[in-house]
Design a protein around this ligand. Structure first.
Ligand code: NAG
Ligand code: NAG
Ligand code: NAG
Length: 399
């Protein structure tokens, strides 16, 4: 919103907590000039709701993100984002002085590239890293959109002729940030359809290797700045806490009340992903491959919600109809007539039991953009990138 284009200080030493309490996000205009995204409901700004308009949402097994009260806090109407307001991708766009990244399926019939100069969002809620037929063979059914990472990559490739019409793709993508994040739905579907921990764990290397192939493909197409996010701490999700409620105290982390085994699973994926990204960096030293940690900033919040400006009921969804302790009920999910939303979503971490509130996404975005939660740190990169660009263009103009 605010367009004061101050560059980031090179030494940011104050704590993330301090920033959260005292300031809104600063901006760093000119660092990136467009954003593209592949992913799932953590990044979907309206694609799923375009494929399945709200009227169909009333059938069981679909998502309700296109219905009220979704969007109530910021947009004041449902946009298809699975939250009460903005997502991490929205905060990133604002930070770089860019408009919200438009959902591809809403603009797909526009073939003029002026429409997506500031980027495009291919993320679809429910999307998996692995293809839908693969899960069919494993006896895991697809309950949401039949869309995977490869579908989104295909959409992106289909646009290249118009995106890179007047210059080379690598020229176009030099100042683009490419966001990417999958896995939550792959594992979530397996867990919720009764697959064992071991069986679900066997999917992890496949998800990671599919992610690596997709990154390599993007790099071959000229993409150079890619931020790949890891999994959320799924053991703290009210939906998972409800499904996997246990009488065994050992299943829970005493500090947070989250399911330890499920958080360990998220960490397992995240560690393998980071190792894989190290490999990609080694093979492509010219590309900027960022890992975005979605796990640790949230754990910080679950451990000390009140110190970070949130309420004390950190494992309870704001919107739903389940009552304490988690307020999640599959038969009366947020968006369904029986559900109600809490009065102050910004005091909650979970919005609907599965997805987070705008307040939690903002907290995470700050930790990524101004704090320590990207590897390498994106703030140091952008400062030097601006210098490099200035240097490069000065050189060019002298030639
Ligand atoms: C999902 O899409 C794939 C490829 O796009 C197709 O082969 C498959 O039949 C579809 N599955 C369903 C259930 O629609
Ligand atoms: C590039 O775009 C212009 C205007 O949109 C169009 O006339 C031209 O045919 C395009 N060129 C290619 C190679 O697609
Ligand atoms: C869940 O929702 C259904 C349908 O509204 C309701 O009958 C049931 O009592 C709810 N369960 C809980 C635990 O609140």
């Amino acid at each position: 919103m605010a367009s004061s284009s101050s560059s980031l200080p090179t030494t940011i030493s104050f704590s993330v907590t301090f920033l959260i309490l005292l300031s809104s996000l600063k901006t760093a205009s000119g660092c990136f000039t467009s954003i593209f995204a592949l992913g799932d409901s953590l990044a979907d700004t309206g694609n799923y709701a375009t494929i399945y308009p709200p009227i169909f949402h009333l059938s069981k097994g679909t998502l309700y993100c296109g219905l009220p009260p979704y969007g109530e806090t910021y947009f004041h109407h449902p946009t298809g984002r699975c939250s009460d307001g903005r997502l991490i991708i929205d905060f990133i766009a604002e930070y770089y002085g860019l408009p919200p990244v438009p959902p591809y399926l809403r603009g797909a019939n526009h073939r003029s590239n002026s429409r997506f100069q500031a980027g495009l969002n291919f993320a679809v809620a429910g999307a998996t890293a692995l293809d839908v037929p693969f899960y069919g063979e494993k006896g895991i059914s697809s309950t949401l959109a039949n869309i995977s990472m490869s579908t989104q990559l295909r959409w992106f490739k289909g646009l290249l002729p118009s995106l890179c019409n007047s210059s080379s793709c690598s020229e176009v993508f030099k100042s683009s940030l490419f966001l990417m994040g999958f896995g939550g739905n792959d594992y979530g579907k397996a867990f919720l359809q009764g697959k064992s921990l071991e069986e679900t764990k066997s999917l992890v290397p496949l998800v990671i290797s599919a992610t690596r192939s997709a990154i390599n493909e993007l790099i071959d197409l000229g993409v150079v700045n890619i931020m790949v996010n890891g999994l959320l701490p799924d053991g703290c999700s009210p939906a998972m806490l409800t499904y996997f409620k246990s009488s065994n105290k050992e299943d829970y982390d005493t500090a947070t009340g989250c399911l330890s085994w499920l958080n360990d699973f998220s960490n397992y994926h995240n560690e393998l992903l980071q190792e894989e990204l190290n490999g990609v960096r080694a093979n492509h030293p010219d590309a900027l491959i960022l890992y975005a940690d979605y796990f640790n900033p949230l754990m910080q919040l679950f451990r000390s919600p009140e110190q970070n400006g949130f309420g004390g009921r950190s494992l309870m969804a704001c919107c739903g109809d389940g009552g304490p302790p988690y307020n999640y009920n599959f038969s009366a999910q947020c968006g369904e007539p029986a559900s109600t939303a809490c009065a102050w979503p910004s005091l909650y971490i979970s919005w609907d039991g599965i997805h987070l509130t705008e307040a939690a996404y903002r907290f995470m975005a700050k930790g990524l953009l101004e704090g320590p939660y990207t590897t390498p740190r994106i703030n140091t990169f952008c400062t030097s990138m601006k210098k490099d660009f200035g240097f490069a263009s000065a050189m060019t103009s002298q030639l």
